[in-house]
Design a protein around this ligand. Sequence first.
Ligand code: SF4
Ligand code: SF4
Length: 317
Amino acid sequence: MLSTIEHLLPTDFPVVTRLATDTVQANLGYLCNQQCLHCHVNAGPKRTELMSRETMARIFKFIEQHPVTTLDLTGGAPEMNPDFRWMVEKAVSKGLRVIDRCNLTILSEPGYEWLGDFLAEHSVEVVASLPCYLEDNVDRQRGKGVFDQSLLGLKQLNELGYGRGKHALNLVFNPQGTELVPDQAKLESDYRQFLKQQFDIDFDHLLTITNMPIQRFGSTLLSKGHFHSYLETLKGAYSPANLPKVMCRSLVSVDWEGYVYDCDFNQMLKLPVDGKKGIRIDQLNVDSLLAADIVTGKHCWACVAGAGSSCGGALSD
Ligand code: SF4
Ligand code: SF4
């Protein structure tokens, strides 16, 4: 895989500063049952990096000292971490809103029969990737058979009350290639109509996320000679109204070893919060984050292009 970091720094991206931290996004490891083309984590079935319970405990210590209301669990497939259930139960007992970034196919993998009931029992919000409502497009991006297996997962979640008024189920769309995301509200309406009519599937919201020119996707762009033109497209579509809303202002991202980053993308680029050396979450000075400059690179244009992009979808209408 080709490295992208040397093409992303230095940058003329505008200065962005931190607000109070209300969300901790924890990457529980790079192990995943899938191996998608666009994956910015480069996750897969052979990865062995997994967050330990000790590191999870350090995250809870940080949460106790900050106005954190949301714990957002990512991976890989976060559910494949052996301590996933321990972490969710502890977070719920502390009154936190818990989000599971679920790839849907994990729900029907052997050994994960407990997962759907567990998520519903703890009212964990599910954010699930479904980059298109057409089988060919999903299978091309995420692997053969993934679309059908994703539908199975969605049906299981619907039966548990997800997307049907009891628990939150949001879907994630990302483009197939270098195009900017289409209008989120219009696409949500198309998804809703198609999935209901064809498969009787319900969901709450569709979140559109712009592809990041890093990791596997960035490497593919570099090898095809499209990397720099993609960066220019993103920068050319800059909408300044998105800048104050970028997710890194109120979020910290923690890697599987407990080191802190301004967001998941910076984590993958190994750009820690202080820009130089990594700081572990238990070593972070409680007040040092407030008003600190966020570490940015040219990849940041993906967050502010067009309608904007974040783990919560578009930033403006
Ligand atoms: S399911 Fe998600 S984490 Fe797993 S390989 Fe695909 S994009 Fe990466
Ligand atoms: S890539 Fe990360 S640091 Fe850059 S603007 Fe987006 S969320 Fe913020």
